[in-house]
Design a protein around this ligand. Sequence first.
Ligand SMILES: Cc1cc2nc3c(=O)[nH]c(=O)nc-3n(C[C@H](O)[C@H](O)[C@H](O)COP(=O)(O)OP(=O)(O)OC[C@H]3O[C@@H](n4cnc5c(N)ncnc54)[C@H](O)[C@@H]3O)c2cc1C
Length: 493
Amino acid sequence: MNARHQPEADITPSAVVVGGGIAGLTAAHDLRQHGFTVTILEASPHFGGCVTSHEVAGLTLDAGADSFSTRSKAVADLAAELGLWQDIVYPAQRGAWLQLPGSDPGASAQPLPSTGILGIPANPREPDVVRAIGNAAAVRAALDKVMPLGSLVKRDRVSLAEVVQERMGDQVLKRLVTPIAAGVFSSDPSVLDVDVVAPGLRAAMAKHGSLGAAVASIRADAPAGSAVGGLAGGMNRLTTALIDTLRGGGVRLLADTRVTGIRESGESSGARWAVLSDGAEFTADVLVMATDGPTAVGLLGESVLQLKEETPTPGAGVALVTLVVDLPELDVNPRGTGVLVAPGVKAQNGSPVVAKALTHATAKWQWLSETTGPGGHVLRLSYGRAEPQGEDRPEMWSDEKLYEQALADAGVLLGIRIGAEDVVGWDVVRWIGALPAAAVGHRDRVARIRASVASENGLEVVGAWLSGTGLAAVIGDTRARMRKLAHAHPPTA
Ligand SMILES: Cc1cc2nc3c(=O)[nH]c(=O)nc-3n(C[C@H](O)[C@H](O)[C@H](O)COP(=O)(O)OP(=O)(O)OC[C@H]3O[C@@H](n4cnc5c(N)ncnc54)[C@H](O)[C@@H]3O)c2cc1C
């Protein structure tokens, strides 16, 4: 390393982190702790990426992620290190609902069957599953128990849809799995790589002999308690706490600094990497790329030639409409913590419901309902389905058009009339390209990318496009990679 060219007092290795989302902030936090001098370069005016806040009707609300998976301790451990342990909370145990198509939307809504993974039931003969898919479809789905597995567990590239359809049939796919895949990944199950979105599922099928038994075994192995957690005040507090800690630790955080070029600078300049932004050059011994996939590959393509062939598909787009309403009728939480919407749902007057999901945030989080008080409610509707919609993609509609649609959709999905007069405040937030595509073959591509980056000295690449969507995956993976990076480049080298 070039540190040997520098005076004794200045041997602390330097790190530049490109991208100040949760991956970049976490990387900076860990590198700082490992003794690096760290600079973060973030293109937008704000840090946190998808973990950030907005103000609606005087409330500070999550504008993106609002919870984290508790399947690993990654997020809780980081929150604890940042002094947020006491603020970890769990959603109300009222469960979410499923809105299926039908002539009467009220009669076609039901609590989401609770024993599944991504909507795949452990036992398709359970009454709540039969209610969602019908008796004949449940009989078909139950064949999963007795049919031989065939090549499904051995084939190379398999989509979530193939697994579900082959084992449990069309109705489980359409009525249970598709709405959940749309809500979580903004994707259709036919494009999702089953090994990315449900890691371990095929291995469990091979072990237990059927899809239902695999789901049951994974559920049984899951940690006890709620599958997701949050923070009182919102997940955006994780970003705020990270920023405070980084600033306190002397990390340089530069917002409005879009990186436009990266090159290996060579020994003589004293640092391995040169990072360019608007005429400024930042040099570093260690470089961490923590942007979205297409940006990372675009910027690194000149230095790591193998990456050029691996440009990932841009991620899906989502628009979130937040409505803060004064509606005491919602105090009874008519649809639990929210509603996942199957394709093809219509209002009674025949107009389509465009939202793919509605979160009743004040029913989900006690801290929020205590903040709003009785009658005050926060509803968040998401737009942007996976299936092709031509040019008319709702996530690209004007704010006003989305707002009008959200009012209509919320009324249908919650089974009450909601008018503009009930609205205290509203906002539209767009996340275009923010949910990376976990398309079939993605796992192999990630392995190839990681192999080509591993050979580059002092370079690491992190973020949801590699680790998989979700804070648990991103934070866990980033921390593991920063340990390896610090080990390979110890501060006293
Ligand atoms: C609407 C929404 C809701 C979600 N809800 C949840 C949830 O409830 N629970 C959960 O676990 N996960 C959720 N997720 C997913 C989770 O938020 C993401 O997987 C995670 O935050 C991604 O973090 P990241 O750092 O990899 O990427 P990002 O947050 O996208 O950060 C990347 C950063 O890189 C910056 N950047 C890009 N190009 C450049 C450049 N050239 N120079 C400098 N900076 C650049 C960007 O501005 C951005 O700040 C949600 C995602 C969305 C979009």
